[in-house]
Design a protein around this ligand. Structure first.
Ligand code: C2E
Ligand code: CA
Ligand code: CA
Ligand code: CA
Length: 287
């Protein structure tokens, strides 16, 4: 960094300055990055805990920055939300993910799998309040020919806390069309459990913090009781339970025994390119 000390520091490694990742630098580079196609998506398999089959994947966006290399969503999604770029970026992620799900489905031989592969896409709170959400989603599904039931939109619990009817209306419309809505990072937002009933959600995604508590062996009995209670409540409301952050086989077994339906985590696969998801799905259909 340059100091006020004078010319002596002016030439001190200008490249280091250029390389430094600054909030301002990333923010101003975002719009051009979208136009230049610097974003890409990795897919992480969603696995059925009962039979181990791959049912679909969550789409996770990354930025291949020309100077800084691959940046994770935590480094740029908040900036895109602050600047409003999240709306076109989110639309791009949705379109790309729907196109990908369509490709997986077209390439999977009939009857060789546990139903058509599905795709989960994260929605930022800014997209929820954007008036184009429903029409954009309908347009993308129709144009690319994906059944609404093959799409799941993930909304964080915190985005829906205290949500009024205006906020829920677009989600309700999408749910009526057959799009699944998942409540993401569940358990971190202190929401009123009874409130779940009025949300148009069909899936609870248990936050990774719960799975982490299960990594110790034997797991904390209180942690187990909490997960057991959440699963019972979810199932009584007809919600499926997905667990994230499963890193070991012991965790997977325990979560299956507790009644969780679907799992996601490094134990199965890290997020990766779309073709790998397809290979994993085919491998478990034939093997
Ligand atoms: P998330 O929706 O909770 O996604 C799960 C995160 O956990 C991902 O991080 C994933 O790579 C990571 N993960 C998966 N399995 C494991 C595991 O076994 N252990 C551990 N320690 N981590 C695991 P990632 O890809 O860095 O994404 C971070 C967050 O960025 C996501 O959290 C999501 O909230 C947000 N995000 C990602 N893509 C998008 C997008 O297209 N739009 C929006 N609005 N947000 C996105
Ligand atoms: Ca998510
Ligand atoms: Ca999550
Ligand atoms: Ca999380």
């Amino acid at each position: 960094a340059k100091s006020a000390g004078g010319n002596r520091f002016e030439l001190a490694d200008p490249e280091a300055d250029a390389r430094a990742i600054t909030r301002h630098g990333l923010t101003t580079a975002l719009p051009a990055a979208l136009e230049r196609g610097e974003f890409f998506i990795e897919y992480q398999p969603l696995v059925h805990l009962g039979d181990g089959s791959v049912r679909g994947a969550e789409a996770l966006v990354r930025w291949l920055h020309p100077q800084h290399g691959v940046l994770g969503p935590d480094q740029f999604i908040p900036l895109a939300e602050d600047t409003g770029l999240i709306v076109p970026l989110g639309r791009w992620v949705l379109e790309e993910s729907v196109r990908q799900a369509r490709t997986w489905q077209a390439r999977t031989p009939d009857g060789a799998d546990a139903g058509p592969l599905r795709v989960n896409v994260n929605l930022s709170p800014c997209q929820l309040t954007h008036p184009g959400l429903v029409s954009d989603t309908v347009d993308i599904l129709e144009r690319l020919g994906l059944a609404p039931g093959a799409l799941c939109l993930e909304v964080t619990e915190s985005a829906l806390i205290g949500a009024d009817d205006d906020l829920l209306k677009p989600l309700r419309r999408l749910a009526e069309m057959g799009v699944d809505i998942a409540l993401d990072d569940f358990g971190t937002g202190y929401s009123n459990l009874a409130n779940l009933r009025r949300l148009p959600v069909s899936v609870l995604k248990l936050d990774r913090s719960f799975t982490q508590g299960m990594q110790r062996f034997p797991a904390d009995p209180v942690d187990l009781k909490i997960v057991e209670g959440i699963v019972a409540l979810a199932h009584s409301l007809d919600l499926a339970v997905t667990v994230e952050g499963v890193e070991t086989g012991a965790q997977a077994e325990q979560l299956r025994d507790l009644g969780c339906d679907t799992a996601q985590g490094w134990y199965y696969a890290r997020p990766g390119p779309p073709d790998r998801l397809h290979e994993l799905a085919l491998a478990d259909a034939t093997g």
